[in-house]
Design a protein around this ligand. Structure first.
Ligand code: AMP
Length: 315
């Protein structure tokens, strides 16, 4: 399967909660100040090539309103995106020569500090849920307001593993699929080998775990064994910010698009292709700063990179 057409039915929509942010980023290729980012932004824009999104989050009164139209025009519903008085979440980070590892310089939670998400009624029947990287208390609060999700996926990062581990472990009990960076998988599991780490994390709840290894690709662990996907070798990597959230967007967007219901975990065929779509989407994000490349990408380009993955890995 290398062709896909976006599914716009509410049945396939993904409910996503996460950060909508300003990011200030320095990489060896340059720097950008207060550009648009956040886990929910990257996730939704990537997933919106496959399916519609119901976005839950909060921004401050300083957030540029024209971005709302950009999101809406891609089938991202914003009834669940609150605007509060105060400042939008702001992340400040940098990368050294190892682009696989972000160093957080500051995290200003701002309006997220007192965010109490109220799910619009129409979102409560969502069958697909993505708890993007955000406070695990908020992840659970959103999950608790859904009626009967069929598939729940989650991402997180060192900030929450270190600061709110007990809460994160409770969230993981509700989750079918966790996507996580390798270093963060070690931190969460207290193991230093990826097989042990994935097994320990799966023991906390998730049926499947995807360990993301930046430019070295991703590993899927499920009942059906291990699937290893490379990352697309790229000549230009300007800014890795959002690669993980974009990966999750491609992966969960594709899973919702295929809508296999209870059959999803019967084998790992859809999950494997989803890992490739995740890798495809992430490859676009890192080629430029912030959301800029992700905003430009077309379904035809996604399909071409998917074929590139097929050619690159067949033997
Ligand atoms: P990644 O895909 O891991 O590179 O995610 C980068 C995005 O995560 C950035 O756009 C940040 O705004 C966002 N982010 C950074 N720290 C946090 C945090 N503690 N909680 C939620 N989002 C965050």
């Amino acid at each position: 399967m290398s062709s896909f057409e976006k599914k716009t039915s509410p049945q396939n929509a993904v409910l996503a909660v996460g950060s909508v942010a300003f990011d200030s980023i320095r990489t060896p290729s340059g720097k950008a100040d207060r550009i648009l980012g956040g886990s929910a932004n990257y996730f939704s824009l990537a997933a919106s090539l496959f399916t519609n999104i119901n976005l839950v989050g909060i921004v401050g009164s300083d957030f540029p309103k024209d971005h709302f139209e950009v999101l809406r025009s891609r089938g991202i519903d914003l009834k669940g995106l609150e605007t509060a008085s105060g400042q939008t979440f702001h992340w400040v980070g940098e990368y050294g020569s190892d682009l696989n590892e972000a160093k957080t310089l500051s995290t200003f939670l701002n309006v997220f500090e007192h965010f109490n998400p109220k799910l619009p009624e129409a979102y409560r029947d969502s069958r697909y849920v993505f708890l993007a990287n955000i406070d695990p208390d908020l992840q659970r609060s959103v999950h608790a307001q859904t009626r009967k999700p069929e598939f729940v996926a989650c991402d997180t990062m060192n900030f929450w593993i270190t600061g709110k581990k007990a809460s994160l472990v409770k969230t993981l009990e509700l989750v079918d699929l966790l996507t996580i960076n390798e270093g963060e998988a070690f931190l969460l599991s207290e193991k230093n080998n990826v097989i042990d780490a994935a097994a320990a994390i799966r023991g906390l709840g998730p049926k499947a775990v995807v360990v993301k290894r930046g430019e070295y690709g991703a590993l899927l662990f499920s009942d059906h064994g291990i699937f290893s996907a490379p990352a697309l070798p790229l000549a230009t990597v300007k800014d890795p910010t959002g690669a993980g959230d974009t990966f999750a967007g491609g992966m969960i967007g594709y899973i919702a698009h295929e809508d296999a219901g209870a059959d999803l975990f019967r084998d790992d065929e859809i999950l494997r292709r989803a890992v490739i779509f995740g890798s495809v989407m992430a490859s676009f994000t890192v080629e430029d700063f912030g959301l800029s490349n992700l905003l430009r990408v077309t379904p035809a380009q996604v399909q071409e990179r998917y074929r590139q993955f097929l050619r690159m890995t067949r033997f």
